[in-house]
Write a protein that binds this ligand. Structure first.
Ligand SMILES: [Zn+2]
Length: 259
């Protein structure tokens, strides 16, 4: 009968309880993220990823995996890429205002905009057509969307998704009447909104809903525009505005003109 070596005889037997406790809690792999946390990378992300954390070729010619160190930089780079994409599309120095810079719009006569932008979305709300306006008007539009349109609509229909833009820059007189004063539209300081599309596809139309069951929401959107825009006109002002709201950033000494 062979005797046990001293070190073997001294080692205590592994306790089954301890072993199974270790077994049921395996270390999670570093990269095991829930599927909801994974975002399909864009080509831009991939380009950044490759540029920043490409596998390092060690002197021996083997490729060292960048895995353990790569995650934090790639997450940061993804966020940066997203931010850069938004910045590229933003105008008027405001990330919430997306569109394109146009520059000077030379109009015939007194028409025209010295520094125009074509706005496509504001604070996540799309415009049905790019609106040519100046930055002051774009920023005022943003204020109205955030303080008037969005709160008035609230969560109805999933919230506000799109503005129906009926008019923006246009070299014409007020209400297109011959001999009338030049419209603020001819200066890029005005926008006409004829309706609101909600996230569930529902539409609120100034023409069809102003006097109807859904009128109160439109009345609130119109009323709250007063004090934000210089001029606010709607169906109660005259026959020219029965189907849209006119908003402009004209400056009056007496404050806003709202009707
Ligand atoms: Zn107008």
């Amino acid at each position: 009968m062979a005797a046990l070596a001293p070190e073997q005889s001294l080692r205590p037997e592994a306790r089954p309880g301890t072993v199974s406790a270790v077994r049921v809690t395996p270390a999670l792999p570093v990269r095991a993220l829930p599927s909801s946390a994974r975002i399909a990378p864009t080509s831009e992300d991939l380009a950044l990823h490759t540029a920043g954390v490409a596998p390092v070729i060690a002197s021996a010619g083997t490729i060292r995996s960048p895995r353990p160190a790569a995650r934090p930089p790639s997450v940061v780079q993804k966020a940066m890429a997203k931010r850069m994409a938004r910045r590229r599309g933003s105008v008027c120095g405001d990330l919430a205002i997306q569109g394109k810079e146009i520059g000077g719009v030379p109009g015939p006569g007194a028409c025209g905009i010295s520094d125009a932008v074509a706005v496509t979305s504001v604070s996540g709300v799309a415009l049905s057509q790019p609106a040519q306006i100046d930055c002051r008007t774009a920023k005022t539009l943003k204020r109205w969307i955030n303080r008037a349109a969005k709160p008035a609509i609230g969560e109805t229909g999933g919230g506000l998704a799109r503005l129906q833009v009926a008019a923006h820059y246009s070299c014409r007189s007020r209400n297109s009447q011959p001999g009338a004063k030049l419209s603020e539209h001819a200066k890029g300081r005005a926008i006409d909104i004829s309706g609101f599309v909600l996230n569930n596809g529902t539409s609120l139309s100034v023409l069809e809903d102003w006097a109807g069951r859904r009128g109160p929401v439109l009345h609130a959107i119109h009323r709250r525009a007063c004090g934000i825009f210089g001029t606010v006109l709607g169906p109660n002002s005259d026959v020219h505005h029965r189907d849209h709201f006119h908003f402009d950033t004209a400056r009056y000494r007496a404050g806003s003109y709202c009707r």
